[in-house]
Design a protein around this ligand. Structure first.
Ligand SMILES: [Zn+2]
Length: 187
């Protein structure tokens, strides 16, 4: 039996909703690690923690179908974001079409306001909020684009002053890299 993920601030290091959503596996490199969306409760708790579906009753309404859709959306985001990050090829239209389909499929579960804000009424609507955020990110990228942790592949936006962020977090990957460097430097 797997235990449901306890979401904490260490899971929300990306500086962007769609990237935090994409970072819901233990790691992406060198191979895909454990899925942090362990079950429907974990997904409902993520929506609440991310602030996309604050309604406490959301938990009961996340179905297995929505969980499957969430995992599919995450895979589409990886495909699009990895190409975006690489910066040398056009975005893959198949995966991008998948994102548009996801948004279209769920847009009626949202309120879209004239000021550009959105709020979800259902878990499926919450997936649409994440999807729209991802689409907007790649169409209007931040100055240095989307980056990924050298060690685990989690995505983030580098808003550090020196623009030299290499790790998802200094506490985890940054520290491990430092220890590894120290070890290999020893005679
Ligand atoms: Zn990392």
């Amino acid at each position: 039996m797997t235990t449901a993920t306890e979401w904490g601030e260490d899971h929300f290091i990306a500086g962007h909703l769609a990237l935090d959503f994409a970072n819901t596996v233990y790691r992406r490199w060198p191979e895909t690690g454990a899925d942090l969306f362990t079950d429907t409760d974990a997904l409902a708790a993520w929506f609440a923690r991310a602030g996309v579906l604050p309604d406490n009753s959301a938990r009961a309404r996340v179905t297995e179908t929505t969980l499957t859709e969430a995992r599919t959306l995450r895979a589409l985001l990886w495909t699009v974001l990895d190409v975006h990050r690489d910066g040398r090829r056009p975005l893959p239209t198949d995966a991008f079409a998948g994102l548009l389909d996801t948004a279209r499929h769920s847009v009626t579960d949202l309120t879209l306001r004239p000021d550009g804000s959105t709020s979800a009424h259902t878990p499926r609507g919450a997936l649409a909020v994440v999807t729209l955020a991802g689409i907007m990110l790649v169409l209007n990228p931040p100055p240095r684009g989307v980056r990924a942790c050298d060690r685990c592949g989690w995505f983030f936006i580098d808003s550090s002053r020196g623009r030299r962020r290499r790790w998802c977090s200094m506490k985890t990957c940054g520290n491990q890299a430092k220890v590894a460097r120290h070890r290999s430097a020893r005679p």
